[in-house]
Design a protein around this ligand. Structure first.
Ligand SMILES: Cc1cc2nc3c(=O)[nH]c(=O)nc-3n(C[C@H](O)[C@H](O)[C@H](O)COP(=O)(O)OP(=O)(O)OC[C@H]3O[C@@H](n4cnc5c(N)ncnc54)[C@H](O)[C@@H]3O)c2cc1C
Length: 311
């Protein structure tokens, strides 16, 4: 039988459900918790507020799985406009961007990886020009090789380009070792996609144990680890490891999603930990929203209740 998580992640790819969920006005209030708004102005307002509280940001212009070149080009243009909007704020590395290569045409048949590289390169150039960086989000396991290939190309000219590794995947400990090198920035996450047992750990405890192992590799390594998790146990392990290995506070960071455990984001910042919030914005929030529902049964219950009480 399919798990609730698998059902929700499957629903994220169904156009008829997308119409049903996004067309319901009650959905908006729940989405607002995770997405500050649909426009660049909304995103920049969130950037000003968070950075004013000492929390760095990584911005994601929502969109994924594009099916033609024109759409992929629009993703590039949205990121170029975003970086132009960030420039006058003069935040440097305190405001970087995260991109999903599937929004840049990675899945297009016959040369999707090349197209994604061609379109993301100007984004990396624009980021470098204002003193900041790009991080490549990681999507389904079938895309990992392609994403790491684009990363390697971008890092030749933009060595600060960041990668994301998903602890749930069997291969990740090896990928972490390969990327734990000077100048390399790696965000470690548990993994938000539904993956088969042939490539991924299935149980929560197995994934957490794998996360702790990969964290050890990254924190002991020579790169810049980015601990992408809201899990207090894993953050405590990261802090302990950083202390044991003599890392200074500016040599690693914790990353959390906008709207999730905001009090903890402030508490860690006050305790001297570098914290970065992942801030998604834009109209295409459906896939991102469904993954947040899939992560936590309480979110789904809250969402369903809000639909029932307003209809
Ligand atoms: C900055 C950042 C970037 C990410 N980028 C990627 C990526 O590129 N690719 C990818 O596959 N995944 C990505 N993820 C998602 C990640 O893989 C997990 O699905 C997600 O972070 C939940 O795992 P967790 O480590 O927070 O632990 P969990 O055990 O899931 O959660 C720990 C606690 O955090 C809180 N929490 C967690 N999720 C939610 C939620 N949705 N709503 C409310 N509370 C919640 C709860 O209090 C929960 O008990 C990213 C996560 C972060 C924080």
């Amino acid at each position: 039988m399919l798990s609730q998580k698998a059902l929700l992640l499957g629903a994220a790819r169904r156009p008829e459900l997308r119409r049903l969920v996004t067309g319901n006005p009650a959905t908006r209030r729940v989405v607002d918790r995770f997405v500050p708004g649909e426009t660049l102005e909304d995103a920049l307002a969130a950037v000003r507020r968070l950075t004013g509280e000492g929390i760095a940001v990584t911005l994601d212009h929502l969109g994924e799985g594009v099916t033609d070149r024109a759409e992929a080009t629009r993703s590039r243009d949205a990121y170029l406009a975003l970086l132009e909007g960030l420039a006058p704020l003069g935040l440097g590395r305190a405001a970087e961007v995260s991109v999903k290569l599937s929004a840049f045409g990675q899945a297009l048949p016959g040369g999707g990886t090349d197209l994604a590289l061609e379109l993301v390169r100007p984004v990396a150039e624009a980021a470098t020009a204002i003193g900041t960086t790009v991080t490549l989000d990681m999507e389904e396991s079938t895309t990992v090789d392609s994403t790491l290939a684009v990363l390697a190309e971008l890092r030749r000219d933009h060595p600060g380009t960041g990668a994301v590794l998903q602890a749930a995947l069997h291969r990740t400990e090896e990928d972490a070792a390969a990327l734990a090198v000077p100048g390399s920035r790696v965000r470690l996450v548990k993994g938000a996609y539904d993956e088969p047992p042939s490539v991924a750990f299935q149980g929560r405890h197995e994934v957490d144990a794998a996360y702790a192992r990969c964290l050890g590799v990254l924190v002991r390594g020579a790169g810049y680890p980015m601990v992408g998790s809201h899990d207090p146990r894993l953050i405590a392990i990261a802090r302990r490891l950083a202390g044991q290995t003599g890392r200074t506070p500016d040599s690693w960071e914790v990353q959390m999603l906008y709207g999730i455990r905001p009090g903890e984001q402030r508490r860690l910042t006050d305790a001297g930990v570098c914290v970065r919030a992942y801030v998604p914005y834009g109209a295409d929030w459906y896939g991102y929203f469904m993954r947040r529902l899939a992560e936590r049964p309480a979110n789904l219950r809250f969402f369903l209740r809000s639909l029932v009480t307003t209809s």
